[in-house]
Design a protein around this ligand. Structure first.
Ligand code: ADP
Ligand code: MG
Length: 135
């Protein structure tokens, strides 16, 4: 799917929110600046998050309360070459039936990501837009 602007990515995330069934794990794949966090922002807004969504690359994870006792936990392992104890944290999130787990740069945690996760890949296009597809 062709995503031409930040606004379109936010809109796509908001639409995607309608398809979420808890629990769910989404792995986001794409280069720095591809739009993984932007997609997550739209998705979170679509799920009813009112607070601002910021990149968790320094804090590694951020948790947001959703309506109906659900949670969105957003991970970014970019700055974590060795995830160590964070794997326990991630595992807990994955196994919580009320949680949508989203992970950026999840390759170092690949062994604990469930096979039935959604994998969304975002690539730059030559014209400066983005191509988004499911792997
Ligand atoms: P990532 O989390 O993949 O590193 P971000 O979502 O933080 O990326 O940043 C994406 C950046 O690219 C933002 O500054 C956004 O404004 C810009 N951008 C430009 N075009 C697009 C697009 N089509 N989709 C998403 N982001 C875009
Ligand atoms: Mg990001």
């Amino acid at each position: 799917m062709k995503i031409n602007s930040e606004q379109e990515m936010l809109n796509y995330g908001r639409e995607f929110a309608k398809k979420i069934k808890f629990p769910m794990v989404i792995e986001l794949i794409g280069d720095v600046g591809a739009g993984k966090t932007t997609f997550t922002r739209g998705l979170a807004e679509g799920l009813g998050v009112k607070e601002p969504i910021t990149s968790p690359s320094f804090t590694i994870s951020k948790s947001y309360a959703l309506p109906n006792n659900k949670h969105l936990v957003h991970y970014d392992f970019y700055r974590l070459p060795d995830p160590g104890l964070m794997l326990d944290d991630l595992n807990e999130s994955i196994n919580n039936k009320n949680t949508l787990t989203i992970i950026e740069w999840g390759n170092t945690a690949i062994d604990i990501l469930p096979d039935d996760r959604a994998v969304v890949k975002i690539e730059y296009t030559e014209t400066g837009g983005r191509n988004l597809f499911f792997q």
